[in-house]
Design a binder for this molecule. Structure first.
Ligand code: G3I
Length: 339
């Protein structure tokens, strides 16, 4: 088998990927995953809409496949996610007309969901992204979600308490994107401080890491954010790493918005490799603080970025191309890990 990221990291932190249920069911891809990584996250299958599709009816069939695959291959499993505004059934926090439920009912539903899901995999996950993306991009602080309207400002600390009750040994994380940025870092620090002073059992923070190849300021901002989060006594993870090479502000798919259908030009592949190497150099500057780096998806052909912000483009955000061949980015990460 080819050289692996896991061997190159050699226990200094955990290296992982978000994977799909079809991938862990495929023997060749399954052994590729087990060879390359220490840890996996289900890309979609632990989300509220998947595990509680109808009120009070839980479906853990796919969750159990992940648990079995992780155990059989000695991989650590990360749960994603217990509370999010997206991929979450409306009935949890709103009535049939869309009106937020009274606080007590919303809180009970949150408790029942978290106790059921985190309780089901108790002792079999390393940790949970308890809360995902609760900070607003442009508003001064929290995102205006139906759960917040139902329960109130303290809904996030309750989520952490419920998760801790369900699985007292699981690591509990706050997970969000762009929280290393000038605009979101202060709001994130505020939230983390408030959670800690309210006594919420929070152990770490996940910087998602959905970056773009032209954003050469990432390493510096990442370094600053890791320091700031660790000063609060929290562990840090990069939880959804990928580097987008396509324009984001687009509406239609055409030659301009989808320029690399026949492959990534060498110069862009190299710029992407350089940015990946710089990100890993920052990670290595913080031993014992950065506990994990997880890529969001396995290879370029299965990335969510092939379908966002518009569907059907040919993006190239990861370390392996559509044939699972290592790209210059893979070599650059290996080199960074070895130097
Ligand atoms: O399962 C249905 C399928 O039945 C249907 O035929 C198909 C047609 O559109 O859609 C399928 O659902 C899609 C689902 O992924 C599974 O592939 C949804 O449309 C699609 O919206 C959904 O996207 C996921 C997205 O979260 C939802 O917001 C991506 O796969 C997943 O990578 C992405 O992950 C998020 C993290 O959870 C949180 N951070 C951001 C990250 C990227 O958006």
């Amino acid at each position: 088998m080819s050289v692996s990221l896991r061997e190159a990291v050699n226990g200094r932190f955990l290296i992982g990927a978000a994977v799909k249920s079809t991938q862990i069911a495929d023997p060749a891809l399954g052994s590729f995953i087990a060879h390359q990584f220490d840890t996996i996250t289900a890309e979609n299958d632990f989300k509220p809409a998947r595990v509680q599709p109808r009120a009070g009816e839980f479906d853990f069939s796919v969750v159990d496949q992940f648990v079995d695959f992780a155990q059989a291959n000695r991989l650590q499993l990360v749960g994603h996610t217990l509370l999010w505004h997206n991929q979450t059934p409306a009935f949890l926090f709103a009535d049939d007309t869309g009106k937020p439920l009274p606080r007590d009912t919303g809180l009970q539903n949150l408790q029942h969901h978290i106790h059921s899901v985190a309780g089901h995999v108790r002792g079999r996950v390393l940790g949970w992204d308890v809360v995902n993306e609760a900070i607003d991009d442009s508003a001064p602080y929290l995102r205006d979600t139906v759960a917040l309207r139902s329960i109130g400002d303290d809904y996030l600390e309750h989520a952490f308490r419920f998760a801790h009750e369900a699985d007292p040994n699981a690591q509990l994380y706050y997970n969000d994107y762009s929280i290393e940025s000038d605009s979101k870092l202060p709001k994130t620090l505020r939230l983390l401080k408030e959670l800690k002073s309210a006594g919420a059992p929070i152990h770490g923070v996940g910087i998602q890491g959905h970056w773009t190849v032209s954003d050469t300021g990432v390493p510096e901002r990442l370094d600053r954010a890791i320091r700031a989060f660790s000063q609060l006594g929290l562990k840090v993870m990069i939880t959804e790493l990928d580097i987008d090479v396509l324009p984001r502000n687009v509406k239609d798919r055409d030659a301009k918005s989808d320029p690399y259908v026949n492959g990534l030009p060498d110069a862009i592949a190299q710029a992407q490799a350089d940015l990946y190497a710089a990100i890993f150099a920052v990670v290595l500057k913080h031993p014992g603080v950065v506990e994990r780096v997880t890529f969001w998806c396995l290879h370029d052909g299965v990335s969510w970025l092939d379908n966002w912000p518009i569907r059907g483009r040919t993006n190239h955000p990861l370390l392996w191309d559509r044939n699972l061949s290592p790209k210059p980015a893979f070599d650059a990460v290996l080199h960074a890990l070895r130097s």
